[in-house]
Design a protein around this ligand. Sequence first.
Ligand code: 5CA
Ligand code: ZN
Length: 409
Amino acid sequence: MYAWPASEVPALPGQGRDLRIHDTATEGLVTLDPGPVARIYVCGITPYDATHMGHAATYNAFDLVQRVWLDTKRQVHYVQNVTDVDDPLLERAQRDDIDWVALAEKETALFREDMTALRMLPPRHYIGAVEAIPGIVPLVERLREAGAAYELDGDIYFSVESDPDFGKVSNLDAAAMRLLSAERGGDPERPGKKNPLDPMLWMAAREGEPSWDGGSLGRGRPGWHIECVAIALDHLGMGFDVQGGGSDLAFPHHEMGASHAQVLTGEFPMAKAYVHAGMVALHGEKMSKSKGNLVFVSQLRRDGVDPAAIRLALLAHHYRADWEWTDQVLQDAVDRLGRWRAAVSRPDGPAAEALVEEIRDALANDLDAPAALAAVDRWAATQEAEGGTDIGAPGVVSRAVDALLGVAL
Ligand code: 5CA
Ligand code: ZN
């Protein structure tokens, strides 16, 4: 499916930096060394409700990854999916008595608008689960032929024991895995499974639910993890640079996906770094569609909030931190945007070359956006207090803030 329009990324003077980023699998910082084309897969939305600040924060983190790479003059091959058929989507459509396809299309369209407004660069390939089904079926068939999958009352499960490297993404013990599996879409209690953690690859058609021809698998629909694996392998291949998502995806989603891919290809690892963004909360609890404690990007836009201020509110938090959305967070961002715009509206100002390097250093250091904002704050404060004589410096600052942080001043 089509993604959304790209905003322009101004070229900057000087040299970009190689990105050092936290990898969940090795539990430390890794300096990535992508070739001329960096490859990244970021898990997309399940489109049954509007984009909330938690989603926006996670996509902001990976937009920064893309911008750091672009600044090194690399191309970026970015792939994102849309989980446009899954239990939560079907349940919401039933609850609201609407067609599930119409619901998915409406919320995906709104997501595109929100991403465009926030100046998130689009993926090169934006792929729906439904359109990926013809590629998913043969992968499940191959897993079954390899003895890594088995049938249970018509449903097909992946056997986690078929991957010797299972567990190396999230580094959790068995008890923690079991708990998270139950919370996040798994069915560890279902009798008859070889291992309670085994995830579904293909769900046999259920009465009243959509289903597709699965060849030798019979009619049904794909499991969640194999969806992302099929799309990632099709468009990026193994050993891509970054697998991204929020921290709630480390287990089971990214763990299971890595195992599927590793068993399918015999290669390890699927991704060179597994990068996870922290969770945004509202009123003390993780913002989530199922709990309904949400602040929507589209609602703020409707209320007249400048999308650049929303973006600055996201950037004010380190991507790995869990943080709380409050009115004050937004107000601080609105105030900061005002100060920055005033500072760049003059024709001259304090020299800006050092500032560009500071923003680059901050982002290359595990995407330290708050440090980048602090550097721009200092330049803006000097501009306000003393001004400067460097003709064109405000232009350099606004181009750097746009190219590296996605904020249009
Ligand atoms: N479709 C799947 C991924 S294949 C999915 O998790 N969809 S989602 O709509 O539930 O979430 C989309 C992205 O937003 C995921 O990366 C998820 O980790 C992230 N996310 C969800 N809630 C929050 C939150 N409160 N804070 C930060 N990120 C969040
Ligand atoms: Zn995914």
